[in-house]
Design a binder for this molecule. Structure first.
Ligand SMILES: [Fe+2]
Ligand SMILES: [Fe+2]
Length: 266
């Protein structure tokens, strides 16, 4: 099974660049074309939030128009740049298959893996979980038995060592810690939000954050600089669930590589 994981598309209104300089609509369209032409077709695409930039309806419709070019099913969760009601209005019943207790929480059953979309939005920049979402998640996990499971949500549940997102962390994270630690079949937690590719061990599983669709956070591990981003090539991840039941994650940059060259000739 192959899952393409895109994140932080930050789509602005038609004809506008995000922050006036980032061509996010063009980036997403190029990325979709790249996904569609993979030699092994992804079974589905996950978009881990910040679909829109200013949370407007017209931005969500614009994003949906671009995403319609995908040749495989799409599932998404909202991020802090999205409006939950707008996302549901535009993507509800398709890329957001169902709602639970007012949140965009849902389960997707596939042959090999169980996918749990979790709405981590708080109304602030940072993420959160609450009693209602925690109860829903515990129930969803309990129903799945020991089947390998991926949770995808916008906000990583740990501080990733970068000021931009650590400063407004994940509220009530102890609720999530307790649930995740109880389920060793959680193969991975897939997130976005920080606009960087990272992998962190957390509560017995691995948290992966995907790169953004062309606005990479300027890495400052001293946590001293003002928040800045680079314009970058659109990038995404391919999560490959192999015959050996391992989830192998590949980082893909949409801009072409030079080559290939044959190892035996050089
Ligand atoms: Fe973002
Ligand atoms: Fe975000």
């Amino acid at each position: 099974m192959l899952i393409a994981h895109i994140s932080d598309t930050h789509i602005s209104a038609r004809g506008q660049k995000t922050y006036g300089i980032a061509p996010m609509a063009e980036n997403l369209a190029r990325c979709i074309e790249h996904i569609n032409t993979q030699s092994l077709k992804p079974d589905l695409v996950l978009l881990s939030g910040d679909v829109t930039h200013d949370a407007s309806h017209q931005e969500a419709v614009h994003a949906a128009e671009i995403l319609a070019a995908l040749e495989c099913p799409l599932y998404l969760v909202p991020g802090n740049h999205d409006d939950r009601d707008v996302i549901w209005d535009v993507f509800g019943g398709s890329a957001c298959p169902s709602k639970a207790d007012g949140f965009i929480n849902y389960v997707v059953e596939t042959g090999a893996l169980r996918l749990i979309g979790l709405d981590s939005c708080s109304g602030r920049s940072g993420g959160m979980i609450c009693e209602r979402r925690a109860a829903w998640l515990r129930g969803a996990l309990a129903q799945g038995g020991l089947k390998p499971t991926l949770i995808f949500m916008h906000h990583p549940p740990l501080k990733c060592g970068v000021q931009e997102t650590d400063i407004d962390g994940f509220a009530n994270v102890e609720m999530l810690q307790g649930i995740v630690a109880d389920y060793p079949n959680i193969e991975r937690i897939l997130c976005g939000h920080i606009h960087l590719l990272t992998h962190s061990r957390w509560q017995g599983t691995l948290v992966t954050t995907a790169p953004s669709m062309g606005m990479q956070l300027a890495l400052d591990l001293n946590q001293t600089a003002a928040s800045q981003f680079h314009l970058s090539s659109p990038a995404y991840l391919l999560h490959h669930w192999t015959a050996d039941k391992s989830l192998i994650s590949h980082s893909i940059s949409v801009d072409g590589l030079i080559g290939p060259y044959d190892f035996r000739q050089y």
